[in-house]
Design a protein around this ligand. Structure first.
Ligand code: PLP
Length: 358
């Protein structure tokens, strides 16, 4: 089997060794001669998985017992509703920064729940930059930001300093770089971009922000219910959580965040250097806001697309077609993608220039 260089935007690439371990667990988990898929989530063997999957998040984020970690179903999209439902007081206000499609969807849900103010937006330029220098209302219940905009290829390289609780959708860059997690009151991420497979969503919350809304809470939407139940109030997505644990163990074993940040910087630099150098391509976003996870680029001559597509497909590259909102190309450089794959893409771009540049 030829190695495929997988630049998929999501669900994204996972480490090969994780996929092997995961497939073994489908047949024989923990030497039980049973599949992980056919045992009780309340068995000792699975409880250990859940405990470790929760504690490794706190370890990687370097936070203490004032934080709780949950694994929930429903994707990051359900968190768009659960965040305001759990944090926005009945007469309070929530502040949002609109940096793309996902942020807009989060805003839409928050508006259904209570007063929601969009305090900054980059919609005026098709979300190709990160708004800066905006005022954060001191009396809002929280500020919601999106750390990495998967579709547009922009990323926050500095987080806003705020006196109110900071909430962040980190779906597409969680554990890709060092962040000071203690500055955040709530971090959530659909696992399928950078920390595992689709089906589970990680939510880490500082306990002191909960229980203040004055609202009667539906059980399944109440963080406190899930925390009390150890993410087992209902049957959790057992397999996605297990594969997430394996992926985070892979990260930790190889050197953790400090290691992967170096690798991710090298990958992004190699690809952006080539985009800037190569006469046939250009980047789509403001240079200072470029994402190190999702690199969006276009051809100066779109009529050459078919030729370029032929070349990268021949090189066993997969998943670099751009999102329909941006067009062109998007290479996603998630944690499990090796530098070698980026080098293959850069080679293809150079070869393409030799053939079609003047
Ligand atoms: C993919 C993505 C989402 C949506 O995640 P689902 O798990 O499909 O609901 C939300 N936010 C960001 C930043 C994303 O990249």
């Amino acid at each position: 089997m030829n190695k495929v260089h997988n630049f998929s935007a999501g669900p994204g690439i996972l480490p090969q060794e994780v996929l092997k371990q995961a497939s073994e667990a489908c047949i024989n988990f923990d030497n039980l001669n049973l599949s992980l898929l056919e045992i009780s989530h309340r068995s000792k063997n699975y409880e250990k998985v859940m405990d470790e999957a929760r504690s490794i998040v706190k370890e990687l984020f370097e936070v203490g017992d004032d934080y709780e970690v949950m694994y929930l179903g429903g994707g990051a999209s359900l968190q768009f509703a659960m965040v305001p439902y759990n944090l926005l007081r009945e007469n309070g206000t929530a502040a949002y920064v609109n940096t793309g499609v996902w942020a807009s969807k989060a805003i839409k849900e928050a508006k259904m729940i209570g007063n929601t103010k969009v305090i900054a937006s980059s919609e005026d330029k098709k979300f190709n930059y990160i708004p800066k220098g905006y005022e954060i209302p001191a009396d809002a219940d929280y500020l919601h930001i999106t750390s990495n905009n998967t579709i547009y290829g922009t990323q926050l390289h500095n987080f806003p300093k705020s006196s109110i609780p900071l909430v962040c959708d980190m779906s597409s860059d969680i554990f890709s770089r060092k962040v000071n997690a203690k500055d955040f009151s709530l971090i959530y991420a659909g696992a399928q971009k950078n920390m595992g497979p689709a089906g589970s969503t990680m939510v880490m919350v500082k306990k002191d922000v909960l229980g203040k809304t004055g609202r009667k809470m539906l059980s399944m939407l109440d963080y406190q219910v899930h925390i009390k139940g150890g993410s087992m109030y209902n049957t959790p997505p057992v397999f996605p959580i297990y594969v997430t644990l394996l992926t985070l163990q892979w990260l930790k074993k190889n050197g953790g965040i400090a290691w992967i940040e170096g690798v991710n910087n090298a990958k992004a630099q190699a690809l952006y250097n080539e985009i800037d150098r190569n006469s046939l391509f250009y980047g789509t976003t403001a240079v200072e806001d470029r994402s190190k996870m999702n690199v969006c680029f276009l051809l100066h001559k779109p009529e050459l697309e078919t030729e370029f597509d032929k070349l990268w497909k021949e090189a066993n590259i997969s998943g670099i077609r751009g999102h329909r909102d941006v067009g062109g190309y998007r290479a996603s450089l998630y944690n499990a993608l090796p530098l070698e794959s980026v080098n293959v893409l850069v080679d293809v771009m150079q070869h393409f220039e030799k053939k079609f540049g003047q």
